[in-house]
Design a protein around this ligand. Structure first.
Ligand code: NAI
Ligand SMILES: C[N+](C)(C)CC(=O)CC(=O)[O-]
Length: 469
C-alpha cells in the first residue's frame, strides 16, 4: 500500500493531501490547528470535483485519509512525507527533527517551502539530511502539475530519482532544480512580477484589476503554453531569438522596470491594494473564486491536452500510466470517468453532443479489447459507425462520475452491433442508452470488408457470452 504523510494541512498541505488521496495513496495528516479536518475537507472537496475532470480514463480508487495527534503517529508507514508548515525556518527545522526520529527508514521527505534552500532545511539533521529535499508545488496542488524538486549535495542521486518517480506517479511534473538558490526558479519570477505590480499600483499607474487584465487577456495565455523564451523566439520573427534580443535588449538597461526596489509596505499601500482588490473581487467569496479558478484551469489544461502541449503533454503521459486492459466482465465496462466542465452547455448539464463522444469512446475501448487496436488500424483495418440511436434519459453534470456498460449484440462478418448503457456512479441512474451499428472497413479502399480472423473470433466469443445474460 502506498502511504503519504502530510505535516501541516493548510492551503498547500490540504492540496497535497487531495492529490495523493485521489491518486490512490492513503494519507495520514498531522496539523496543530483544531479546525484542520474541516479546512482540509473543503480543499479535498475542490480536488475531488475537479482533478478527475482532467482525465479521460478511470482513476485509481481514492485512498483513505486519517488525522493523527502527533507527527510520530502520522509518519508511521509513510513512504513519502510532505512538510507544509508555515514559512518559518525554526518551525520547519523543529518539524524535521521530529520526523527524523519517527519516519520509516526508507521514507523520503519533501518540503513545500517557497523560498528556503534544501541545505537550510537539512541543518542539524545528521545523516537524515540525505532524505530531505525541497518539493515546491503550486496552488492548487491537486490541479497544477509543476513541482520544483531541489536537492542539495547531501541528497544521493538515487533518492532524487526515487522522488521524481513518486511525484510523476501522482501526475506531477518534477522540475529538477540543479543548483539550490533562494526561491528556486518560479518564485523568482513571481516575486519580480509582484514587486513591479505593487509599484504600478503605488504610483497610481494602474489598479489591481487593470494589472490582472494586462496578464489574463495577453501574455498570461502565451506563457501557459510556450513559456517565456519560446514566446520571444517567435516574437523575433524569421530572424528569431538573436533579432529579438537586438531589438529589445537595450530596454533592459534604460530600464523600463523598477524591479530592484521594493515598495515599503506602509499601512497606506496595504490599504490601497486591499481596497482595490475588494472592489475588484469582493462580491465573491474565496470558495467561489476557487471554483472559478479551478474550472478555468481544468478547461485550459484539457485544451492543452488536446494539443499535446505543455501541462497537457504531462497529463497525457500520466493518463497513459493509468490505463489498464478492460476486465472480462459481462457486460464490458468500457467507460468509467467524470464529466469535465468543458462538456457542459448553456443548460448547465452535459451537452447532447458529448453523449455521442462517450459512446464513440466506449466503442473504441471495445475495439481495442477485441484486438482492433491502434496497431490493427495502422495496418489498414478499422470499424466505421454506420448508425447510432441515442436515448437521452437523464441529465448529468460537471464533476459527476459515470460508467458505460457495453454488450455485443452481433459480431458476424463485417457487421458489429453494440448496445451501451450509461449510468451515473452515485445512484446507478440510467442516463442514456445507445444502439450502434458499425461496419468493418479497409482503410485502403474505404469499403466494407470482413475483419481479420483473430478479431472475428474474439467478437464471436463476446457475442455468445453477452447473449446468455
Ligand atoms: N500558499 C501558497 O500559495 C504556497 C505556499 N507554499 C509553501 O507551503 C508551506 C505552507 O504554506 P500554506 O499552506 O500557504 O500555509 P497555511 O498557513 O495555509 O498552512 C500551514 C498549516 O500548518 C499548520 N501548522 C503550523 N505549525 C505546525 C506544526 N508545528 N506542525 C504541524 N502543522 C503546523 C497550520 O495549522 C496550518 O494549517 C509554506 O512553506 C509555503 O511557503 C508553497 C507553494 C504555494
Ligand atoms: C506566494 N508564494 C511564494 C507562496 C507562491 C508560491 O510559492 C507558488 C504559487 O503557488 O504561486
Amino acid at each position: 500500500m502506498k502511504t503519504a504523510a502530510i505535516i501541516g494541512g493548510g492551503v498547500i498541505g490540504g492540496g497535497w493531501a487531495a492529490r495523493f488521496a485521489l491518486m490512490g495513496w492513503d494519507v495520514r495528516i498531522f496539523d496543530t490547528d483544531p479546525e484542520a479536518e474541516r479546512k482540509i475537507g473543503e480543499v479535498m472537496a475542490n480536488g475531488r470535483r475537479t482533478l478527475p475532470m482532467l482525465y479521460d480514463t478511470q482513476m485509481p480508487p481514492c485512498g483513505a485519509i486519517s488525522y493523527h495527534a502527533t507527527v510520530a503517529e502520522a509518519v508511521k508507514g509513510a513512504q513519502w512525507i510532505q512538510e507544509s508548515v508555515p514559512e518559518r525556518l525554526s518551525i520547519k527545522n523543529a518539524v524535521f527533527a521530529e520526523i527524523a526520529q519517527n519516519a520509516d527508514a526508507d521514507a523520503l521527505i519533501g518540503s513545500s517551502t517557497s523560498g528556503y534552500k534544501p541545505s537550510e532545511l537539512q541543518e542539524n539533521q545528521g545523516s537524515f539530511a540525505s532524505r530531505i529535499m525541497v518539493a515546491h508545488p503550486f496552488n492548487p496542488v491537486y490541479l497544477l502539475p509543476l513541482v520544483e524538486l531541489v536537492p542539495s549535495s547531501k541528497n544521493p542521486p538515487e533518492y532524487v530519482e526515487k522522488a521524481k518517480e513518486i511525484l510523476t506517479s501522482i501526475g506531477m511534473y518534477p522540475l529538477h532544480v540543479r543548483s539550490e538558490i533562494d526561491a528556486h526558479i518560479a518564485d523568482r519570477f513571481l516575486e519580480s512580477v509582484w514587486r513591479e505590480a505593487l509599484w504600478l499600483v503605488k504610483d497610481g499607474v494602474a489598479t489591481t484589476e487593470e494589472i490582472d487584465n494586462s496578464i489574463r487577456y495577453g501574455f498570461g495565455l502565451r506563457w501557459a503554453q510556450m513559456g517565456l523564451f519560446e514566446t520571444y523566439r517567435v516574437a523575433g520573427g524569421e530572424a528569431g531569438m538573436k533579432h529579438f534580443m537586438a531589438q529589445f535588449g537595450p530596454c533592459l538597461e534604460w530600464p523600463w522596470s523598477r524591479l530592484t526596489d521594493v515598495p515599503e509596505f506602509t499601512e497606506e499601500l496595504v490599504d490601497l491594494i486591499a481596497d482595490q482588490s475588494d472592489a475588484q473581487s469582493g462580491d465573491k467569496s474565496i470558495r467561489e473564486l476557487e471554483t472559478l479558478r479551478d474550472d478555468n484551469l481544468v478547461a485550459m489544461m484539457r485544451a492543452l491536452k488536446q494539443q499535446g502541449a505543455a501541462a497537457g503533454k504531462s497529463l497525457i503521459e500520466h493518463e497513459n500510466t493509468l490505463r489498464a486492459p478492460l476486465p472480462e466482465t459481462v457486460p464490458l465496462i468500457t467507460q468509467s470517468r467524470t464529466v469535465p466542465v468543458d462538456w457542459t452547455d448553456v443548460n448547465g448539464h452535459m451537452n447532447e453532443g458529448r453523449y455521442g463522444q462517450v459512446f464513440s469512446d466506449a466503442s473504441e475501448e471495445l475495439m481495442t479489447h477485441i484486438g482492433a487496436d491502434r496497431a490493427y488500424i495502422a495496418a489498414g483495418n478499422s470499424y466505421f459507425t454506420a448508425e447510432t440511436t441515442i436515448r437521452y434519459l437523464n441529465e448529468t453534470h460537471a464533476g459527476e462520475g459515470f460508467s458505460v456498460a457495453t454488450r455485443v449484440l452481433l459480431g458476424e462478418g463485417k457487421k458489429l452491433q453494440l448496445y451501451h448503457e450509461m449510468r451515473r456512479d452515485v445512484d446507478q441512474e440510467l442516463l442514456a442508452t445507445c444502439d450502434q451499428f458499425l461496419l468493418h472497413v479497409s482503410l485502403e479502399t474505404r469499403k466494407s470488408c470482413p475483419p481479420l480472423p483473430e478479431v472475428e473470433a474474439r467478437l464471436a466469443k463476446l457475442a455468445a457470452a453477452h447473449k446468455k445474460v
